[in-house]
Design a protein around this ligand. Structure first.
Ligand SMILES: *Cc1c(COP(=O)(O)O)cnc(C)c1O
Length: 410
């Protein structure tokens, strides 16, 4: 579903404010009238270093998760050199922001003009496809280029993931052989890619997908140079605590090592969510309380699309000092627009004495939150502030603390 929003997030609503304050609470105490996006460069940097150091191959960032130029620069500064782009606007954005980055055009259905511009103007050499028609299109648009890396997208199951990506793209197993064969003839390097769906809750998702890759390679009897396991690496949300990412990496590494591919074959991944979910959060104000319903000033047309449309639960905290000592109570949210759809069921657990005028931080909105904001009905704000406190939840803070204590012990 996020594919539908590829183009939406590209005009950044804001540039990041230069002044940096220390915490979410500081922001709330300034009593902003509009919602404020908080960004945490240190959290994105930490996630990038984690993937660069621990993933047993190349990690490229899937730009659609959050196309903010500031974020893209942070990822680059921390070792991410390759970017998975899905539209010509994303190609241009990354090319402009990071002229030396390597771009991989991983949308399997592209406009011919987009392919031509990517190839001739921006130096893109990696393209994905899932049909013979798309292969023809790529060859026509690049005037039969001989330096292409072509990645055939296989259809795999999304059953272990919270968000399916199984129906729209990917060549089914029974049609893979002729496509792999034709792509092999046309390509300088041949890859196989897949996407297990977003927020994959178990490493088994990748193990099972790799079995489909194996079957496809054996069946087509082609030499494969790249295996790209796509995105799907999870972040932590209420009721969705995934196993450690290291287990995903080990499972993928083991499966990769046992594939019938050449010794020099490369392993790639396209993490989106896992690299940027912790990067940002939003501070909202409660404008009204009606029983267990809170009317807040951001919503389905702002950074909370997923909370409204697929019932995603984000972590929340009341920003009040002194802190409330009243026990938590389940609330649902209404966003600011006049639309009934602008409703987030949650439940979101907040102190039972919360009231109009209180401020709430909603966490983990760095992926598919900020990227999908609109200004529908005149709401939505472009105010963005850098903060230095920790994100509300982090998969990486613990790993970083352990690493630090090991260094001290040595
Ligand atoms: C959306 C997408 C990604 C990123 O997925 P996450 O679940 O955010 O890691 C990677 N590759 C492709 C082709 C995608 O469409």
């Amino acid at each position: 579903m996020h594919q539908d929003h590829c183009a939406l997030g590209l005009a950044p609503l804001s540039t990041v404010a230069r002044n940096s304050v220390s915490s979410a609470l500081d922001i709330a105490q300034a009593k902003p009238v509009q919602p404020v996006t908080l960004v945490r460069p240190h959290a994105a940097a930490r996630a990038a270093r984690f993937f660069v150091e621990k993933f047993p191959g190349r990690s490229m960032y899937a730009v659609k998760a959050n196309p903010s130029p500031e974020l893209i620069q942070i990822l680059w500064d921390n070792g991410i050199t390759h970017f998975d782009v899905a539209s010509i606007a994303e190609v241009r954005l990354v090319a402009r922001t990071l002229p030396e980055a390597t771009l991989c055009f991983m949308h399997p259905v592209k406009a011919e003009e987009a392919i031509a511009e990517a190839y001739f103007t921006h130096g893109v050499r990696v393209f994905s496809l899932d049909s013979l028609e798309e292969l023809d299109k790529i060859m026509r648009a690049t005037r039969n280029a001989s330096d292409l890396t072509l990645c055939v997208r296989l259809r795999v199951s999304s059953e272990h993931s919270k968000l399916s990506l199984a129906s729209k793209f990917g060549v089914p197993a029974q049609d893979a052989k002729p496509l792999l064969f034709a792509a092999r003839q046309a390509a300088d390097a041949l890859g196989i890619c897949f996407h297990v769906g977003s927020q994959a809750m178990t490493p088994e998702a990748y193990a099972e997908a790799m079995e489909r890759v194996r079957a496809a390679i054996v069946d087509a009897a082609v030499t494969v140079d790249v295996i790209d396991v796509g995105g799907g690496f999870p972040s932590s949300y209420p009721d969705m605590a995934p196993p450690p990412l290291e287990l995903y990496f080990e499972t993928i590494h083991r499966a990769f090592e046992s594939l019938p591919i050449s010794y020099s074959a490369e392993l790639w991944a396209e993490p989106g969510r896992a690299l940027c979910a912790e990067y940002s959060s939003v501070v909202v104000r409660v404008e009204k309380r009606r029983g267990n319903e809170l009317y807040i000033n951001d919503g389905a047309y702002g950074a909370l699309f997923d909370a409204a449309h697929i019932g995603w639960r984000f972590p929340v905290t009341l920003l009040r000092e002194p802190q409330s000592t009243v026990r938590d109570h389940p609330f649902s949210f209404y966003g600011p627009t006049c639309d009934d759809l602008d409703h987030m069921a949650g439940p979101f657990l907040l102190p039972a004495d919360i009231t109009a005028g209180d401020y709430i931080e909603i966490g983990m909105l760095g992926a598919y939150g900020s990227a999908m904001r609109t200004t529908f009905n005149g709401f939505g704000s472009d105010e963005t502030v850098i903060v230095e406190d920790e994100p509300m939840v982090s998969l990486y803070a613990e790993v970083e603390r352990e690493a630090a204590s090991n260094v001290v012990k040595l």
